[in-house]
Design a protein. Structure first.
Length: 145
């Protein structure tokens, strides 16, 4: 698995169950996890929870983040409003690999209503274990801000 990293994770109510499965997977693989909630499956506003994970990345309390909502879109939009955040909505291994290699994505977003649990776990694994290529991609990323 990955070199000692810490992952910050959050969801909304739609992503609550998938978030729990991802946390279990991460802990089973000895990855430190910061669970930013929610702690129960009641309706919440996804931007509030995206903000908690983005702060962990910005403050360097965690190296990577995972955000889960119904489609993954809302979490990606909310997270990408923050400077220095590159959140990527991924629904297969290839997207996760390229988001890391070419875009140096630091947050993975997932849609619990559009991805099954096994695929989601594989995508998380790929995201956490793929390194940024650097080189020609650095200038492009710097233009994002």
């Amino acid at each position: 698995m990955t070199d000692q990293i810490k992952v910050s994770i959050a969801s909304d109510h739609a992503g609550f169950d998938l978030k729990a499965e991802i946390i279990k997977y991460l802990k089973d693989n000895e990855i430190d996890v910061i669970d930013r909630g929610p702690n129960k499956k009641e309706p919440v506003d996804y931007p509030d929870f995206a903000s908690k994970v983005t702060q962990d990345i910005i403050n360097q309390s965690a190296q990577k983040g995972v955000l889960v909502c119904g489609t993954g879109q809302g979490m990606a939009m909310a997270a990408n409003k923050k400077p220095g955040i590159r959140a990527a909505l991924c629904y297969n291994d290839e997207l996760a690999k390229l988001a890391r290699k070419h875009n140096n994505a630091n947050i993975l977003t997932l849609g619990a209503r559009v991805i099954n649990q096994n695929t989601a776990i594989n995508v998380v694994n790929t995201f956490l274990n793929t390194n940024f290529e650097g080189n020609r991609h650095i200038e492009r990323i710097n233009k994002i801000g």
